[in-house]
Design a protein around this ligand. Structure first.
Ligand SMILES: [Zn+2]
Length: 52
């Protein structure tokens, strides 16, 4: 699983089907971020087993 954060934002996304999934100007990491926030939409998708 990879995590992406848009540059200048503190919110990490981990679902590629999130409507806010960054496609340019982002930082990516493969381990769980230790700072910043996790996206609420991504968390909801994961809860509903809809995270891709
Ligand atoms: Zn997201």
């Amino acid at each position: 699983m990879s995590y992406r954060k848009r540059n200048g934002s503190d919110t990490w996304h981990f679902c590629r089907n999130c409507t806010n999934w960054p496609t340019s100007g982002y930082t990516e990491r493969t381990s769980k971020p230790t700072s910043g926030e996790l996206c609420d939409q991504c968390k909801a998708k994961k809860r509903n087993a809809n995270c891709r």
